[in-house]
Design a protein around this ligand. Structure first.
Ligand code: ADP
Ligand code: SF4
Length: 688
């Protein structure tokens, strides 16, 4: 059972008229499912409640069609017709003894109301947040009265749906209430603008309305960004942030505090550690007697304990740690701390919301699949045969496949050619800020070490003969991929003509990252046509080790896809501040003796730059020769007792680490089961 040191984490906490059974609090977080995929969303929340979270909240929930996040997929409570979605979610959460919370929102100028077509509203007239050709109009007194009525109505509906906690939400720089608090957004001259007292007025009124409607039926939480990291241009924790908490200190039943905007709140591990918000939020408990919840990518129970003991927080808030391991509380409670699947802080989960599709998680392949595929993070169908599975390759795909197959009860042998498990993660985790990504390997390595039915062999390169003679019924090739050296990617479908210029591959750079020596002699061009994190991380590494780096990309900005993981701005800022020469909107069309010809992505106009080497990060080729060589011998399979040979992960098709883990898990779930590997999932079709 649990270590008594952690008893404090399991103490109940009173939140207004409700009591959370412990201090584990899943704060509101988006998931890309919301009102579009309600059964998927509700099942996902229910699994977290089952995993021991004392409170499980929704994502932000629009209270009115004038806060219409269409284009994104969040929750919606415009009228009673939305209630069944909420009732389902509440039931799924409460049946495991957790409290269900709802984060009500009006997004003001942060939405363009593309579906409802209602002109957006803001404290003061302003352009809408995104590049839609829409402006927001300044709210008049009637609008303010309407907003209060809509919020009260939404609270009534929340109570009808059975929620235990209702939120008033002024955080992330995303909500109308936060915009009223903000000097830069609120330029009103009436009693709702100007002095801080005036700017706080609407939040106070809505909190009072909410308390009044909530009565003893539910608790009222206030989610507030105490700092925006904008200096004097925004809310600062030592200035107005603190004053606002002091002014409203005893009004809500719970303070849920963080820093804005979302990219600061959900800081990726590349840019900050566990508990990074503490310097900003730690004052709150000194100003209010009400319980305080805060986040910080907490996965370590000792760090959680320290937050409580030192009086920083009363409840350990978590979004990402609860996604990576919905059973984190239960594992601590049952003394299985080593089994926690720790979040790596990659923010792949956030890309689901950004792209309006069900979230996925690098560490937890079952995330978002709870209803669609019926996958549970801790339970799996038992094996239906006693056949053995040979897995070739110990990267993320091979490791996850081995673990899931072992959990099913198959006999598994994993053979890895290197003297270390982990595949691509071994190199990538050595890049600056990527240390936490090792958890992908460490978690699986540890879990596999606990299994009697798995053997992992390192230094074991497998050839065709070894595999054919192994004697196992199923062969899984998880042999990964290699970065191309010829520049083929999105902008160049044919190899770039490269003459008399050294080409360094990402793998070669990463292999050299030991000690502190230089990684490249002379100036290097890093060519990013991949647009995720790797090119920028390599450029950063080379620059830190003294190389002169020019970063060329056909995209409008560095690491363009990382907008989806909330990293793009920080990545580009970091490269620029390191002195990396960033050249966007340029493709490399040829390289000759260190002369790089670049073509403008728009006009095609060319220019020439000089460097001594090229590091292309463009696309990868599957390392699948072994697979094809085996297929050439498929006529021998039956006699040798081989029933299947399957490629998984990057060996099948190169993609993210999350995709490799998903692929490995999918294979393991599906082995010996009926149905198609990829298409066998349920759909939420309202007409069926
Ligand atoms: P993925 O992301 O799909 O898991 P990785 O490239 O991270 O792919 O991992 C692939 C792993 O397979 C690497 O650790 C590599 O050393 C290993 N590998 C490749 N070929 C063989 C082989 N013939 N025998 C054993 N291991 C191999
Ligand atoms: Fe953590 Fe990455 Fe999973 Fe998100 S996707 S929960 S950041 S491991």
């Amino acid at each position: 059972m649990r270590d008594p040191r952690y008893d404090i984490l399991f103490e109940p906490v009173k939140i207004g008229p409700k009591t959370a059974k412990n201090r584990f609090y899943q704060v509101p977080h988006c998931n890309g499912m919301g009102h579009r995929w309600p059964k998927s969303m509700a099942e996902m929340r229910g699994v977290k409640a089952e995993g021991g979270w004392g409170v499980v909240c929704t994502e932000e929930c629009e209270i009115h069609p004038s806060s219409d996040l269409s284009g994104g997929t969040l929750m919606r409570l415009w009228d009673d017709s939305d209630l069944p979605t909420h009732e389902l979610m509440v039931r799924k959460v409460q049946e495991h003894g957790a409290l269900a919370g709802i984060q009500l929102v009006h997004n003001g100028y942060s939405v363009s109301n593309l579906f409802s077509r209602i002109p957006p509203m803001a404290p003061s007239a302003t352009a809408a947040r995104y590049y839609d050709p829409v402006q927001a109009r300044a709210m008049d007194k009637q609008d303010i009265r309407d907003l209060r009525r809509w919020h009260r109505d939404a609270v009534k509906r929340s109570i009808k749906a059975g929620y235990d906690i209702v939120y008033v939400y002024a955080a992330h720089n995303l909500t109308l209430l936060m915009h009223f608090l903000s000097k830069r957004h609120n330029q009103r001259t009436d009693e709702y603008g100007g002095s801080l007292t005036n700017r706080v007025r609407l939040v106070r009124e809505i909190l009072e309305d909410t308390k009044e409607v909530a009565g003893d039926d539910c608790a009222v939480a206030f989610r507030f960004a105490v700092d925006e990291l904008l200096g004097a241009g925004g809310i600062e924790c030592d200035e107005e942030g603190r004053e606002i908490v002091a002014m409203l200190a005893e009004l809500p039943d719970l303070w849920d505090v963080n820093i804005a905007d979302w990219a600061n709140d959900s800081l990726p591990s590349r840019f900050g550690d566990q508990g990074h918000q503490e310097p900003y939020v730690s004052f709150v408990k000194k100003v209010t007697s009400k319980p305080v919840v805060g986040v910080g990518r907490f996965t370590d129970p000792d760090a959680m304990l320290s937050q409580i003991r030192r009086g920083v927080l009363d409840l350990i808030g978590a979004a990402r740690p609860s996604i990576a391991d919905p059973f984190l509380p239960q594992k601590i409670e049952q003394g299985r701390v080593e089994e926690i699947r720790e979040c790596i802080g990659c923010n792949m989960c956030i890309s689901g919301d950004m792209q309006s599709v069900p979230l996925r998680c690098t560490q937890n392949p079952t995330m978002g699949e709870e209803w669609r595929k019926g996958w549970h993070p801790e339970r799996i169908e038992p094996a239906v045969s006693s056949e053995g599975v040979l897995i070739v390759g110990g990267g993320p795909a091979g490791l996850e496949s081995a673990l899931a197959l072992a959990n099913r009860g198959y006999e598994v042998v994993l053979a890895e050619k290197e003297n270390i498990l982990g595949g691509r993660v071994n190199g990538e985790a050595r890049l600056p800020g990527f240390n936490a990504w090792r958890r992908v390997v460490d978690y699986r390595d540890y879990m596999l070490s606990q299994k009697a039915n798995v053997a992992c062999y390192k230094d074991s390169e497998m050839g065709v003969g070894d595999i054919l003679n192994f004697g196992f019924a199923h062969v899984v090739l998880a042999t990964g991929s290699e970065w191309r050296r010829d520049g083929v990617g999105r902008a160049n479908h044919l190899p770039i003509p490269i003459k008399d210029t050294p080409v360094i591959s990402p793998e070669e750079v990463m292999a050299k990252i030991t000690g502190n020596g230089t990684l490249a002699q002379g100036p290097v061009v890093v060519f990013d046509d991949d647009h995720y994190y790797l090119a920028s991380a390599l450029a950063e590494m080379l620059s830190l080790r003294g190389a002169e780096v020019t970063f060329v990309t056909p995209a409008d900005n560095v690491a363009a896809w990382t907008h989806n993981t909330l990293e793009q701005k920080r990545i580009q800022t970091r490269l620029l501040s390191l002195g990396v020469n960033v050249i966007c909107n340029r493709n490399i069309i040829s390289v000759d003796r260190g002369r790089f010809s670049l073509a403008c992505s728009y006009t095609g106009a060319t220019e020439v730059i000089g460097a001594e080497a090229l590091l292309p990060v463009t696309s990868r080729q599957s390392r699948d020769q072994l697979y094809h060589d085996l297929q050439d011998r498929s006529g021998e399979f039956a006699d040798l007792g081989i029933k299947s040979v399957t490629r998984i992960g990057d060996c099948f098709v190169p993609a993210s680490i999350a995709a490799a883990i998903y692929s490995g898990h999918l294979y393991a779930r599906q082995l010996d089961m009926p149905g198609d590997l990829w298409t066998d999932f349920r759909r939420e079709n309202k007409w069926s």
